[in-house]
Design a protein. Structure first.
Lengths: 457, 298
């Protein structure tokens, strides 16, 4: 083979490769409509049996959520009930996407017009999804804002964006205080009387801490901003010291707007700095110490009950509402929420079906079904006030927090958390001035908010 | 067209090569070119291909670089620190071990394998094992310090110790590879040089300094370039040991790329950082090849 032939062969191969690579992105959207079409072809055939005349009237909507066994089960049951009540609507449940890919898949599918009509998203993602034009506001006649505000836990305020309601949840989660009964008893504390106030928490955490020289044998209470503790500072401690964390329209960070804010910050720091009840980040994961039975008191969400049940089934523990202070009770709430996409809004029949479906999966009954399978709390106060749920030794404390739970509006949760973590580390690890560090954290988060709002009317 | 056997063989060779070529073009080169493109756009995962914004992403990085407590500045500073501490330490240690290994005859295979094992271990597994070793209070290293009556350390939480601690793990993890390459290099040096030197009355130190080291130069250059690139791309160990903390003392450029791209979804900004890192690696590599390579003739 001479040089020119070789050149020709090589360039042909390169060309071939380029063609292949150029085709690759186009092939993905092309494949999905095909799948939808085949599903669409099946649906009328099924519906034709019960109502021959209405064969063409079956509306098909797609519902997407990320893959999590219990959630998939619960939603399958809700869909079955919904379809039985609404024979004219068929819901295709797509739950094959792993959590890590979920946002990317949605991002690829919605603009291509092949994604969900109703999708489940973390409430913190809502601003980005609205910006991207995926979600449409929920119609006020079907979801009256006043009624939503009255019937749902106050944390659902996080579903309103610039005054409009965009999503609604079936279930929500709150934070509460886990306590290890055996360690409390060993420290001479009454395991049936866990801390109810912040002062009691400080006192009991100190008593529960066991040290040998420099070495901790038992940690009374670890404040770990990398875990859930940053929520505790923002939504609980600040409010208890009379300082709301952000302005009502979320344009201003107010953590350091009053002496109360600094006091809350000092309390947050005091467990490691003054009381010596723990070291932040001493365990690989926030919950490891509590699971290992080496930590007395631990802040966490209801979702941790499942972790404990499977990893430390013998742990003798209880759960109590977060300690109050100055007569203020508060907890942080977060939730997965359902929204209607622009794809559904493009077709009146599909939109109507999507609205019906969303109404159905956000009823108190749906919430009750959900708590039994997933372990998340019903978002509707009516279902959350269920005496049986409130009496539950573990879930009760979380449910009790629903009427006063607050969700935070995050522009970027990980950066917001990082600001608090960095301020904490600067004080605890390098001995920097607490006041100054809180100011730096506020400035960092404020800059993020300014940037976020600057691109909006 | 009638093809001779030789031509047909060559054609087949190209055919097989083309498979990997297609792979490289689609999986490596094409996305690389796309990254350059994205770095000039306001590209967000949710919005897809965003507007052309020219150098705005680069301007943002420039601006962020000079902010107080800038994570980007910390990332570039730390990345250079990893290279400056890591590469010389690794080359010196690897050469020392290789010089010892080349002498032993018994259990030579065992030792070589033992040093090489960390290299074939997943970085994530390595990170977790070392997390436990470094763990405050209960970690093996701290228990050792306690027995020796020394104060216990929070290796990965201490702003001054965190980066050196991770560097040690990085060196430990890839030293096996450097040792194997050094061993190959050492075995290439003909014995006659040493014999001649011995006759001339040279001592061991002279022989190492005048024969071994100069003749190993190509190997040293190769390893220095490769390991520098490796340390410049530092990510997995940091992500799994400290996530860049405490106070950005261990973060790296690649980690910032990851955080910006996949946690904050600022793909344009992340792509621009990648392009800068690409330029940095290219510049350092060219510099190393120019300065370190010199022909040694005997």
């Amino acid at each position: 083979m001479n040089r020119s032939t070789r050149f020709v062969v090589l360039s042909l191969l390169v060309l071939l490769a380029l063609v292949v690579s150029a085709c690759a992105p186009a092939a993905i959207p092309a494949a999905q409509p095909a799948a939808t079409e085949s599903a669409a072809a099946e649906a009328p055939a099924e519906a034709a049996a019960p109502a021959e005349a209405a064969a063409g009237d079956v509306v098909e909507i797609e519902y997407w959520q990320y893959n999590f066994g219990a959630r998939v089960d619960a939603m399958n049951q809700l869909i079955a009930q919904f379809e039985a009540e609404n024979p004219g609507i068929k819901v295709i449940h797509n739950s094959d996407i792993p959590y890590d890919d979920f946002r990317n898949k949605i991002a690829a599918s919605v603009p291509a017009g092949v994604g969900p009509d109703v999708a489940t998203l973390f409430y913190g993602w809502q601003p980005a999804w609205i910006d991207a034009g995926y979600l449409v506001p929920l119609p006020e006649d079907a979801f009256p804002p006043d009624q939503v505000r009255a019937e749902f836990s106050p944390m659902v305020e996080g579903s309103f964006f610039q005054g409009k309601l965009f999503t609604l949840p079936t279930a929500v989660r709150t934070l509460a205080l886990f306590y290890n009964k055996d360690l409390m008893a060993a420290a001479g504390l009454d395991p049936e009387n866990p801390p109810r106030t912040l002062d009691e928490l400080k006192d009991q955490a100190v008593k529960c801490t066991v040290k040998e020289g420099d070495e901790f044998k038992v940690y009374g209470f670890i404040v770990n901003p990398e875990g859930q503790a940053h929520h505790w500072f923002r939504e609980v401690l600040l409010r208890q010291y009379g300082q709301q964390p952000y302005s009502d329209d979320y344009t201003q960070v107010l953590w350091n707007a009053s002496d109360g804010g600094y006091e809350a910050w000092n309390t947050f720091l005091s467990f490691e700095r003054e009381l010596g009840t723990g070291i932040a980040g001493v365990y690989e994961n926030d919950q490891d110490g509590f699971l290992a039975g080496e930590v007395c008191f631990h802040l966490d969400g209801s979702f941790r009950l499942g972790t404990i049940a499977s990893n430390a089934p013998d742990l003798n523990f209880g759960v109590v509402e977060l300690p109050e202070h100055n007569g203020v009770k508060s907890t942080f709430g977060s939730y997965w929420t359902h929204g209607i996409t622009t794809k559904a809004a493009a077709d009146p029949a599909r939109l109507a079906a999507a609205i019906k479906f969303l109404q159905f999966i956000t009823t108190p009954e749906a919430g009750k079904l959900w708590v039994g399978i997933v372990g998340e709390l019903p978002a509707q106060l009516e279902a959350a006030n269920d005496p049986e749920l409130l009496a539950d030794p573990k879930l009760g404390a979380f449910a009790a927090g629903l009427p006063y739970a607050q969700s935070t509006f995050f522009v970027d949760e990980s950066k917001d958390r990082q600001a608090i973590l960095d301020a904490y580390d600067a004080v605890v690890l390098t001995g920097a001035d607490p006041k100054e560090e809180l100011d730096v954290a506020v400035a960092t988060v404020q800059e993020m908010l300014d940037e976020f709002w600057s691109s909006r009317p | 067209m009638k093809l001779t056997l030789r031509r047909r063989q060559i054609l087949w060779a190209y055919l097989f090569l083309s498979v990997s070529l297609v792979f490289f073009i689609t999986i490596r080169w094409y996305p690389t070119l796309l990254a350059f493109n994205i770095s000039f756009r306001d590209w967000n995962v949710f919005k897809g291909a965003g507007d052309w914004v020219g150098l705005a992403n680069y301007a943002d990085i420039w601006e962020d670089f000079f902010k107080p407590r800038s994570a980007v500045r910390a990332a570039f500073g730390n990345t250079l620190r990893y290279v400056l501490f890591g590469v010389p330490l690794q080359l010196a240690l690897a050469l020392s071990v290789a010089l010892l290994l080349v002498r032993i005859r018994q259990l030579a295979g065992f030792f070589r394998a033992a040093y090489f094992v960390p290299f074939v271990t997943s970085a994530v597994a390595v990170a977790f094992v070392w997390n436990w070793l470094y763990a405050p209070q209960v970690g093996l290293i701290n228990q050792g310090l306690k027995i020796l009556g020394l104060p216990m350390q929070q290796f990965l939480r201490n702003p001054d110790l965190a980066l050196p601690s991770i560097t040690v793990v990085a060196v430990w993890r890839t030293i096996g590879f450097a040792i194997i390459i050094f061993l190959a290099g050492l075995q290439q040096i003909p014995d006659i040089y040493y014999e001649a030197a011995q006759i001339d009355g040279a001592n061991r130190w002279h022989m190492f300094w005048r024969i071994t080291l100069p003749l190993l130069n190509p190997v040293i250059v190769y390893l220095a370039v490769l390991q520098t690139i490796e340390f410049l791309r530092m990510f997995d160990l940091v992500q799994n040991m400290t996530q860049g903390g405490p106070l950005n003392r261990t973060t790296t450029v690649v980690l910032e790329v990851y955080n910006e791209g996949f946690s904050s979804y600022n793909m344009g900004y992340a792509a621009a950082l990648t392009v800068i890192l690409f330029g940095l690696i290219l510049a350092i590599t060219v510099f190393q090849l120019r300065v370190l390579s010199r022909r040694v003739e005997y």
